[in-house]
Design a protein around this ligand. Structure first.
Ligand code: GDP
Length: 139
């Protein structure tokens, strides 16, 4: 399996709720290497640009408003099979459906307030990493 990069976001309510340390610790324990990180308070248009693929979905406006309600921690993670593995560690979109031991099962509050984002494919990972970081910001 190849070494991959993926983008993760610790969502606003998780940052506000001081879950950042626990989630970062879990990701490092799962052998992801943090190669870029920043705290960002997204504007509405930045959130809409990030989630542009979802603009036709009924929850788009609620999702983008939620993502702007406070700072988020955005990170690039590097690991073998990182994209698929991060999705496994995160768990299903809806915390109620997520497997035991996943981050969303442990900390998620609803299908929207599900604590973390993770890129879902190599092309999306490339787009999402480039959305937040330039080459100089990735160690
Ligand atoms: P993900 O790849 O597991 O994050 O899920 P999606 O790409 O399908 O959705 C993006 C984000 O939109 C999710 O992480 C949730 O925060 C939110 N979301 C997804 N489905 C729903 C829904 O049915 N209702 C609401 N309110 N939010 C949703």
């Amino acid at each position: 399996m190849a070494i991959e990069r993926t983008l993760t976001i610790i969502k606003p309510d998780a940052v506000a709720g001081k879950l950042t340390g626990r989630i970062v610790e879990r990701l490092e324990r799962e052998n992801f290497r943090i190669i870029a990180a920043k705290l960002v308070h997204l504007t509405q248009s930045q959130a809409e640009g990030f989630y542009a693929v979802h603009r036709e979905r009924p929850f788009f406006s609620s999702l983008t408003k939620y993502m702007t309600e406070g700072p988020v921690l955005v990170m690039v993670l590097e690991a073998e099979d990182a994209i698929r593995r991060l999705r496994t560690v995160m768990g299903a979109t809806d915390p109620a459906q997520a497997a035991e031991g996943t981050i969303r099962k442990q900390y998620g509050r609803s299908i929207e307030r599900n604590v973390v984002h993770g890129s879902d494919a190599p092309e999306t990972a490339r787009f999402e990493i480039g959305y937040f970081f330039n080459a100089l910001e990735i160690a």
